[in-house]
Design a protein around this ligand. Structure first.
Ligand code: ASP
Length: 362
C-alpha cells in the first residue's frame, strides 16, 4: 500500500507555495490519470492503538501500530493518492512535547517546499490534536493541503473509526478544494478548520466539533465539499515560524474557592506567560485576578480565556483588561490561546497592546 512516490513530472510543479494564497481560487490541476502524491506522517494515537480484545475501546495502548499497517487496512487509498509514509513518532498524544511539535512542523515545511509531494496527512491522537493542528495552522509555510486525522477507537476494535477517517483525510488532502484553506482536521466525515476545532467527547466517534462556527465542510464517498472559508490569516500569511525555542507559557484555572498559589508558583518558576481559563466570559476569582495583576507587573503576559467550551471572551468584559494589563483570548480556548501566546512571544511581541492585536488577528 505504501506506493513509492512517482518520478513522473508533477502537474502542480509550476505552482510555488506563494502562488495560491489563502482565499485564492484553486489553480492546481492534476494531469488526467495522475493521482496526487500525499505524504502520510504518523505520530501515534488511538488510530494506531491496540487492545487485547475487539470490545476494548478504553484500556488499550495508543501509538503501537506502525503506519504501514494503518495504510494496509485501507486498500481503497490506492485509488485516491500515491502515498509516501513516514513514522515521525509513536506517542499517545497526551504526551505530545514541544520538541515533537518542532520536528513535525519542520518536516511539514520541508514537504511544503518539495516538488515531490502535493499534500500532507498527519495521523495523531485525539487528546491534543486541536493544539497541534492550530500550531501547524500558524506555522506551516505553504498552501498545499495539510490534514490531521485520528480515531476514537483503537485499530483493533470492532467498528474501528480510524480506517475511514484516514481514507477521508487522504481524500481531502488530495482534493483541489483543500488548497489554501489552512490546516484542516478530517474526522467523522466532517472537515474542520484547525483554528475552530475542539474535542468535545471522551468516547463518541463524533468527538470533534467547531463550536459557534461549525465545520468548514464534509467528505463522503470520495466527494469533498467546502461550505465556508476561514477568514483569519494562517500558514503563509502569519508572522510565525517554528524555532527551537519555546517561551514557557502555562495555563491556570479559575474556580470556586481557588487560591493564588498556582499563579504565584508559575511566576516564581519564571514563566513568560500565563493563560487563565476563567469562568464564564473569562471572569476570574478575585484572589487569582490579583495574583495575575501582580504577575503583569513582573513582566509576565496574561491572557484571559474561558473554560466554558464555546463562545468568546470580550475585552474589558468580565475583567478590566486595560487597567490590569491583560489580553483577551477572544474565541480561542485556553489550549489554543497558549499556542498563540507561545508563538507571539517567540516572535518578539511584548506588552498587552501588541499581544491583543495578535489575538484579534489570528
Ligand atoms: N490518548 C489518545 C491520544 O491522544 C487518545 C486518542 O487518540 O483518541 O493519543
Amino acid at each position: 500500500m505504501n506506493t513509492p512516490t512517482s518520478s513522473a513530472p508533477n502537474p502542480r510543479d509550476s505552482q510555488g507555495p506563494a502562488a495560491a494564497a489563502p482565499g485564492a481560487p484553486a489553480t492546481h490541476t492534476p494531469a488526467s490519470g495522475a493521482l496526487p502524491r500525499i505524504a502520510v506522517l504518523a505520530t501515534g494515537g488511538t488510530i494506531a492503538g491496540s487492545a487485547a480484545s475487539v470490545t476494548n475501546t478504553s484500556g488499550y495502548r495508543a501509538g503501537v501500530v506502525g503506519v504501514e499497517r494503518l495504510l494496509e487496512a485501507v486498500p481503497a487509498l490506492s485509488g485516491v493518492a500515491q502515498i509516501q509514509a513516514e513514522q515521525i513518532a509513536s506517542v499517545d498524544s497526551k504526551d505530545m512535547s514541544l520538541a515533537l511539535w518542532t520536528t513535525l512542523a519542520q518536516r511539514i515545511n520541508e514537504l511544503m517546499a518539495s516538488d515531490e509531494i502535493d499534500g500532507v496527512v498527519i495521523t495523531h491522537g485525539t487528546d491534543t490534536l486541536e493544539e497541534t493542528a492550530y500550531l501547524l495552522h500558524l506555522t506551516v509555510k505553504g498552501s498545499k493541503p495539510v490534514v490531521l486525522t485520528a480515531a476514537m477507537r483503537p485499530a483493533s476494535a470492532l467498528s474501528a473509526d480510524g480506517p475511514l477517517n484516514l481514507l477521508n483525510a487522504v481524500t481531502v488532502a488530495a482534493s483541489e478544494a483543500a488548497h489554501g484553506q489552512g490546516v484542516l482536521v478530517a474526522f467523522n466525515n466532517r472537515i474542520h478548520s484547525a483554528r475552530d476545532v475542539v474535542k468535545t467527547s471522551t468516547y463518541a466517534v463524533d468527538a470533534f466539533q467547531s463550536p459557534e462556527v461549525g465545520a468548514l465542510g464534509w467528505v463522503q464517498d470520495g466527494r469533498v465539499e467546502f461550505q465556508r472559508k476561514v477568514l483569519r490569516p494562517h500558514t503563509l500569511d502569519t508572522e510565525f515560524v517554528i524555532g527551537a525555542q519555546w517561551p514557557a507559557v502555562e495555563i491556570a484555572v479559575s474556580y470556586a474557592g481557588v487560591s493564588r498559589v498556582s499563579v504565584d508558583a508559575l511566576v516564581a518558576a519564571g514563566v513568560r506567560g500565563i493563560v487563565v481559563a476563567g469562568t464564564g466570559n473569562g471572569s476570574i476569582h478575585a484572589s487569582v485576578q490579583q495574583a495575575l495583576a501582580d504577575a503583569v507587573t513582573q513582566g509576565v503576559a496574561v491572557v484571559r480565556s474561558s473554560r466554558v467550551g464555546s463562545g468568546h471572551v470580550m475585552r474589558n468584559g468580565a475583567a478590566p483588561d486595560d487597567t490590569l494589563g491583560f489580553v483577551s483570548a477572544g474565541s480561542l480556548n485556553p489550549y489554543k490561546a497558549r499556542v498563540l501566546l507561545m508563538l507571539a512571544l517567540a516572535a518578539g511581541a511584548s506588552g498587552n497592546v501588541a499581544l491583543q492585536k495578535i489575538f484579534d488577528t489570528y
